[in-house]
Design a protein around this ligand. Structure first.
Ligand SMILES: *Cc1c(COP(=O)(O)O)cnc(C)c1O
Length: 386
């Protein structure tokens, strides 16, 4: 196959995440949605916020969807609702975006960093068990697990749930990157005791600003989170029954999300097609992302694992020259970062898999609008590597 490949021409104006094509497609609907909010003037907790929450809950097949200001607040509200505080160990992957661990520190808990699996990039259940024992040794009370659905693929929740049951831990699924994905017939949002997501513009379902949501089937948790979202209010608006925050989603962002949710199922199909094209063209020269049996990915990122001997910087520079933007998620695992390096790890020291991943991963352009460009990018990559 390699011999027939010709070096394709330079790709013009390719975006890493193509938000422009999406906007062009739905511009009139977005303009009309924003105008409706301007006309009714209910900018805070307006009718679109409630409509969106109903639609999100239906989409995920979960009882409660509670919108909020961003994906970080979503996690923070979950921890506040679970009363996490000093002395509590919360198990988080080290190979993730900082917000996953940051919120644990907000409430005074201790993030315990867990290693990842090399093929899915998600939390390694064996490392999780090791981390729980490590926390016991340190005299921490183990409270909960925050698995992350990295790059759009759900973590292995059956394996993690078995450990959670054994040690009496709850699960809050960080689905910031995986909204729209599924795990064994359950949609993200309907997994764990609590699930969260982010509507940051570059996430699979994004708004035009910050946004997020929390999901749960637990009526009591839902009521507590709704109260926490508005300064811990009680039945009377000015009678606060707990310490909360201002964590609301803007009505304008809700109106935008309602329009984007309509085209979202088609975008998920297009993302899967782009991932299939990348997989088919690249699987013999690099490690392509592995999706576990029974799961689907929302393909927030298409992330490759390069062979150890390969010079990643050179590859990135060559791709850039050819007009292909790439990103490295993540350059440094959290347990090696200044703000987090004093926290415990599962091994009490290094986490070899995620340290290796950070040196070899590479994310290629991905969105519902990559289309045939995934073929061009693959051919370019082959031309450079082979
Ligand atoms: C983006 C992200 C968040 C935070 O979401 P924001 O809306 O940006 O606050 C949390 N966790 C993960 C894994 C993320 O990728």
């Amino acid at each position: 196959m390699t011999t027939q490949l010709k070096q394709p021409e330079m790709i013009q104006h390719m975006q890493f995440i193509d938000l422009k094509s999406q906007l062009e497609l739905i511009r009139p609907q977005i303009d009309a949605a924003i105008k409706r909010v301007l006309d009714h003037g209910n900018f805070i907790m307006g009718p679109e916020v409630h409509a969106l929450e109903k639609q999100l809950a239906e989409f995920c097949g979960v009882k409660h969807a509670i919108s909020c200001a961003n994906g970080t607040d979503a996690l923070g509200l979950g921890l506040m609702a679970k009363n996490v505080g000093p002395g509590d160990a919360i198990f988080v992957p080290s190979f993730t975006f900082a917000a996953t661990a940051e919120v644990v520190s907000w409430v005074g808990g201790t993030p315990v960093f867990i290693d990842s699996l090399e093929d899915t990039y998600n939390m390694d259940p064996k490392s999780l068990e090791q981390g729980i024992k490590q926390a016991q040794k340190l005299g921490l009370k183990h409270a909960g697990i925050i698995p992350v659905d990295l790059f759009g693929q759900p973590a292995d929740y059956d394996a993690i749930q078995a450990i959670a049951d054994e040690y009496n831990l709850w699960i809050m699924a960080d689905g910031a990157q995986s909204f729209g994905a599924s795990y064994k017939d359950r949609k993200v949002g309907n997994i764990g005791n609590i699930a969260t997501t982010s509507f940051f513009p570059a996430k699979p379902l994004g708004c035009y600003g910050d946004g997020g949501a929390i999901f749960t089937n637990d009526d009591e948790l839902s009521a507590i989170i709704k109260s926490l979202r508005v300064h811990g209010q009680g039945s009377d608006k000015y009678d606060n029954v707990r310490i909360g925050m201002n964590g609301r989603l803007d009505t304008i962002q809700a109106a935008i999300l309602i329009e984007k949710l309509k085209i979202f199922p088609n975008e998920l199909i297009a993302r899967q097609k782009a991932a299939d094209a990348y997989n088919a063209a690249l699987k013999d020269i690099v490690k392509v992302p592995h999706v576990i049996d029974g799961a689907t990915s929302a393909w927030a990122q298409y992330t490759l694992l390069l062979p150890e001997h390969m010079d990643r910087s050179k590859l990135i520079a060559s791709l850039k020259e050819a007009g292909v933007p790439t990103m490295i998620y993540y350059v440094k695992p959290l347990h090696l970062q200044t703000a987090y390096k004093h926290y415990p790890t599962a091994t009490g020291g290094s986490l070899p898999v995620c340290e290796g991943l950070s040196e070899q991963v590479l994310s290629l352009p991905m969105s519902g609008y990559v289309g045939g460009d995934s073929m061009h990018v693959s051919m370019l990559l082959r031309g450079i590597i082979c």
